[in-house]
Design a binder for this molecule. Structure first.
Ligand code: F6R
Length: 244
């Protein structure tokens, strides 16, 4: 695993955006696996700035997102579809028909997951998969469990994740309890993986995931077995990292 130490969130975001833009420059028709959540917002902002300055061209890029809440419509500001439009897609020259997320409005989980698996197969392996890290070690919404789920599946979000997400909703009742997420096998099929982490509250999980044993109880620990992973994290997130 390559480790890039960043001073703070902004530095982490710039470094992550540099790696993503290098991928686009080297292969303009690349497939990018994308993440939502608070961590990648700064990187997306930087990519949008570079696009606005004429330094980046998204016209041939295809994107596949990790996950989507089940039951949220696309116009719901908390849906990941809305998030991606807000932070990236509507601000760059990406072709909307080449941006893919699981369909949170599909009530039948089996259909939603099979449809997304089909999309992922058609698009092919991501050239670069961007990941954030959950406090419990989840990647995508692959929550801690007894085994590593392989392909897209419907997940019951853990209490910890529901609580962490609650800050984005008015009431606890509105916080989605389920999500559709890409599986671990699909995530690992990416040629390169970029995981970004910021903040002291993630220091314990960074150490557990990347210094501890590989176990489905800490889903991100599986990244230790992938041959091309880059961790970009700020000093606060790395403050307890024994292998750092
Ligand atoms: C989002 C995702 C999640 C987040 C993780 C960290 O698409 O897949 O795994 O990356 O929950 O979220 P933040 O960045 O909000 O701390």
């Amino acid at each position: 695993m390559k480790l890039y130490r960043a001073k703070d969130y902004n530095d982490m975001s710039r470094k992550a955006a540099s790696i993503i833009s290098a991928q686009i420059l080297m292969k303009p028709n690349c497939v990018l696996g994308l993440a939502t959540g608070s961590t990648p917002i700064g990187a997306y902002r930087q990519l949008v700035d570079w696009y606005a300055q004429g330094d980046l061209d998204f016209s041939e890029v295809t994107t596949v997102n990790l996950d989507e809440y089940k039951g949220l419509t696309r116009d719901n500001p908390q849906s990941y579809y809305y998030f991606m439009n807000e932070h990236l897609f509507s601000k760059v020259n990406i072709c909307k028909s080449r941006t893919f997320l699981p369909d949170g409005t599909e009530p039948d989980s089996h259909t939603a997951c099979e449809n997304y698996n089909e999309t992922l197969r058609a698009v092919g392996a991501a050239d670069l998969q961007l990941l954030g890290l959950g406090h419990n070690g989840h990647i995508g919404f692959n929550e801690p469990g007894e085994y590593f789920p392989t392909e897209t599946h419907c997940i019951d979000l853990s209490e910890q994740t529901i609580k962490a997400n609650a800050r984005f909703f008015q009431t606890m009742d509105e916080v989605p309890r389920q999500a559709y997420t890409m599986g671990i096998k699909t995530i690992l099929s990416a040629r390169k993986i970029l995981i970004i982490v910021s903040g002291e509250d993630k220091a314990d999980i960074v150490n557990t995931a990347f210094s501890g044993p590989v176990t489905p109880r800490v889903p991100a620990s599986i990244l230790q077995l992938h041959g091309n992973v880059t961790l970009v994290a700020d000093e606060a997130a790395l403050s307890k990292f024994q292998k750092g």
